[in-house]
Design a protein around this ligand. Sequence first.
Ligand code: FE2
Ligand code: FE2
Length: 296
Amino acid sequence: MNMAVAPHRNNLKASIVVREKLDFKLDLHIPRYWYGNDAFMTRFWGGVFATFPEGERYFISSLRPFRDQVINSNLQQEMKDFMCQEGQHGLVHTEFNQILQEQGMPIDKLIHYQHRMFNFLLGCFSAKYNLAITAACEHITALMMECFFTKKDTMAHVDYRVRAMLAWHSIEEVEHKAVAFDVMNVVNVSYLTRVSAMLFLVFFFTIDSLRMTNYFLKADGFSFLQRMKLILGGISKLFGQDGMLAPMGKSFLKYFRRDFHPWQQPTLAHYQVWLDVYEQTGDPIAAGEAFHQAGK
Ligand SMILES: [Fe+2]
Ligand SMILES: [Fe+2]
C-alpha cells in the first residue's frame, strides 16, 4: 500500500510550522516539585521529559535513511519540518533538563544511559523497525499531549512556564503526528512490524518511565518504602479508571486497526487558540496560558 499523503486529515489548519527560539523563562525560579507539589507526578513526568532530547534525536535518525525513498514533495517537506520541530523540542527540553540537574536530579547519568540505549536500537534493529518505533512514539506522544490539555484540571497546578513549554510541544506534536506514519506507508513497513513496534514501545516505555521515577525519587532522598508507596499510588493516578492517561485508551487501541491513520483522530478543539494568541502576541507563555484555559 502506498499512501504518501495523509488521507484522512480532518483539519487542514494543522500544517507543520517550524517555530524557533521560543523563550519559556525556564530558570531556577521553577519550583522543585513543579507539578502541583506532587513528588510522584513531578518525577514521573520529569523522567519522561528528560528522555526527549535523546529521543527526538533518535526520531530524526530513524527517518533519515528513508529521505531518498520519498518522492512526494509534500511529504519530503513534512519530513524536513518534522526534523526541525523535533530539533527545537530537543533544545528546549535540554534547557529544562539543566534546571532539573541543578535541582539535584542525576540528568547527566540518565542521558548517558539513553544515548547508549537509542544507539543500541539503531544498531541492532532494522531501519524499518526503528521507523515503526518512531511512528508508535509519535502516536503515543500526540495522545499524551492531548491528555494534558483536553481538561483544564489536568494541568491546573503545573508551573505556568512548564505548562507553556508543554502546550507548545503539544500543538507541534499534533501538527507532525502523521509524518513518520506516512513514511512508513511509503516504504511498505508491514502491519506486523507496525504493531510489534508499538507493543515493544509500550512495554519498554512503562518499565523505563517507572524506573526513572524511582531513580529521581531516590535522588530526592525518599527511602525505599516511601518510593514504593509513591509509585504504587502514582500508577493509579496515571492509569486508573479516572487516571490522567485513561482518556487515551480507546484512541491508543485504534492503532491496531489495519486501516488506522493518525489523522482519523480529531485535532484538539482548541488547537487554533494557541495559534491565534501566539500570532497576536508572539509570546509562547501567553499562548500556552490561553490554550490551557480553553480546555474543558
Ligand atoms: Fe517532540
Ligand atoms: Fe514528535
